[in-house]
Design a binder for this molecule. Structure first.
Ligand code: F6R
Length: 370
C-alpha cells in the first residue's frame, strides 16, 4: 500500500507533482480558457462577488494565505483569510456578495464546517475546496472545487497542500476571467506556468533530497527552529514550521521576515537554525533584497541559515550555510516548490529521531470536534 516507501508521508510527498497535475486536469475549454462549470454558479453571481473570505484550519489555512496574494493580485477584490474557529465568534461582515471559500482536505473538520454554516446563515455563498468526495463540507456548501490529490493517509498534510493552492489559483484565474480583470494572454501564461510546476517539483525531489537529508541529520539535536519568509514565502514558512513541530516534535516558529526586528530577533543566538524562504532575485527585486538583509542580520548573530532559494542566486550562495534550491518559476507559484524540501526536512528529522511519521502523537487526521 505504501508502494515501496517507508511511510505514507514519504509516498505522499513524492505524489506532490501528481497532485498538482491531476488538480489541473479537465478544467480548461478548447481555447485554453478556464472551464469551471462544475461550480454551477451563474457567472453573473461571480461578477457580483466583492469580497472573498477563506476559512480553514492548519495547513489548509496556509494554502489560503498563499491564495490571498494571488487572488487579490489577479481579481482586485479583498481576500481575507481566517482560521475557521476564530471566524464565527467575531461577528464577521458577510453579505450576499461575499464568497466564502472553505478549504479542507478531509471535508470533515468541525471548525471549518461550523464556519461555513455560519456564513450560509448570514446569506453568503460558500464554495468548498476539498479533497474528499462526498464529505460533509462539500455537501453543505453551495459549490465545490475538488482537489485531486488522491487519498491522504499520513496525518501530516503534504500533497493536499499543493493541490489546495492549485485549486484556489484556478478559482482566482476563473474569477479574473469572468470579471475581466486579466487579459486572456495573462491567464494563458499563468496556466502554462502552472502546468510546468509538476516537473519543477519533481526536480526538487530528485536533486535536493540528499542535501535535505544530510542537513536534517546534522541538526537532529537542535532545540528549536525559526522559519521566515515574506510575501508568499510567509505562509510557506508557517507551513514548514508546522510540519516540523507536528512530525519531529521540535519547537518551531514561523513568521514574516519583516517582523524580525520587531521582536523575534531577540531569540537568535549562535547556532540557532533559521530556515529562510528567499524570493526570486528577478522581478520583485526589492523583496529579495529585504530577505537577504534579514539573513545578514541573523548571520551576524551567529545563526545557522538554511535558505530555500532560486537556482543560481549568488546571495543565497554567499550568506546561507545550506541552500535548498528551487528551479526558477513565477513568484506566485514558488510556494508549490518551496514547501517540498520543508516537507522532506520534517520527514527526515522525524526519521532521524525514530518517530512514527505517519501517526504523530496527540494528532488525528481529521478533527471532528470543535
Ligand atoms: C497539518 C494538518 C492539519 C490540517 C487541519 C485541517 O499537517 O494536517 O493542520 O491541515 O487539521 O484539516 P482539513 O484540511 O482536513 O480540514
Amino acid at each position: 500500500q505504501k508502494g515501496g516507501w517507508d511511510s505514507y508521508m514519504d509516498k505522499e510527498i513524492h505524489e506532490d507533482p501528481k497532485a498538482v497535475a491531476d488538480t489541473l486536469l479537465g478544467r480548461f475549454g478548447p481555447e485554453g480558457e478556464l472551464n469551471l462549470d462544475e461550480l454551477r454558479i451563474d457567472p453573473e453571481d461571480i461578477r457580483q462577488v466583492d469580497k472573498i473570505i477563506i476559512v480553514a484550519c492548519g495547513t489548509a489555512s496556509y494554502a489560503g494565505m498563499v491564495a490571498k496574494y494571488a487572488i487579490e493580485h489577479w481579481v482586485r477584490i479583498p481576500v481575507e483569510v481566517e482560521l475557521a474557529h476564530e471566524f464565527r465568534y467575531r461577528d464577521p461582515i458577510l453579505t450576499s456578495r461575499t464568497l466564502v471559500v472553505a478549504i479542507s482536505q478531509s471535508g470533515e473538520t468541525m471548525d471549518t464546517l461550523m464556519a461555513l454554516r455560519h456564513a450560509r446563515e448570514q446569506g453568503s455563498r460558500v464554495l468548498a475546496i476539498c479533497n474528499t468526495q462526498g464529505s460533509t463540507i462539500p455537501r453543505e456548501s453551495d459549490a465545490v472545487l475538488y482537489t485531486h490529490a488522491g487519498p491522504e493517509i499520513a496525518v501530516a498534510s503534504t500533497k493536499a497542500f499543493v493541490a489546495q493552492i492549485v485549486a484556489a489559483y484556478l478559482l482566482g484565474l476563473y474569477l479574473a476571467q469572468v470579471k475581466g480583470t486579466l487579459f486572456r494572454d495573462e491567464i494563458h501564461q499563468t496556466v502554462d506556468s502552472l502546468r510546468a510546476m509538476p516537473s519543477k517539483i519533481e526536480w526538487v525531489l530528485d536533486t535536493q533530497a540528499d542535501t535535505v537529508e544530510r542537513t536534517a541529520s546534522s541538526l537532529v539535536d537542535a532545540k528549536s527552529f525559526l522559519f521566515l519568509g515574506r510575501h508568499v514565502g510567509y505562509p510557506v514558512a508557517m507551513e514548514g514550521a508546522l510540519k516540523l513541530k507536528e512530525i519531529a516534535y521540535t519547537f518551531t516558529e514561523g513568521f514574516a521576515a519583516g517582523e524580525l526586528k520587531h521582536g523575534p530577533i531577540a531569540l537568535v543566538e549562535p547556532g540557532e537554525p533559521i530556515v529562510v524562504i528567499v524570493p526570486s532575485a528577478r522581478g520583485r527585486g526589492t523583496l529579495h533584497k529585504k530577505v537577504v538583509s534579514a539573513i545578514e542580520e541573523v548571520k551576524a548573530r551567529g545563526a545557522f541559515v538554511i535558505a530555500v532559494a532560486e537556482q543560481g542566486d549568488p546571495d543565497a550562495e554567499e550568506y546561507a550555510d545550506v541552500v535548498f534550491w528551487r528551479p526558477a518559476c513565477p513568484t506566485l507559484l514558488s510556494p508549490l516548490v518551496d514547501v517540498v524540501p520543508l516537507q522532506l526536512f520534517a520527514l527526515d528529522m522525524a526519521k532521524s529521531k525514530d518517530l512514527d511519521v505517519d501517526k504523530p502523537r496527540n494528532l488525528a487526521k481529521s478533527v471532528t470536534v470543535e
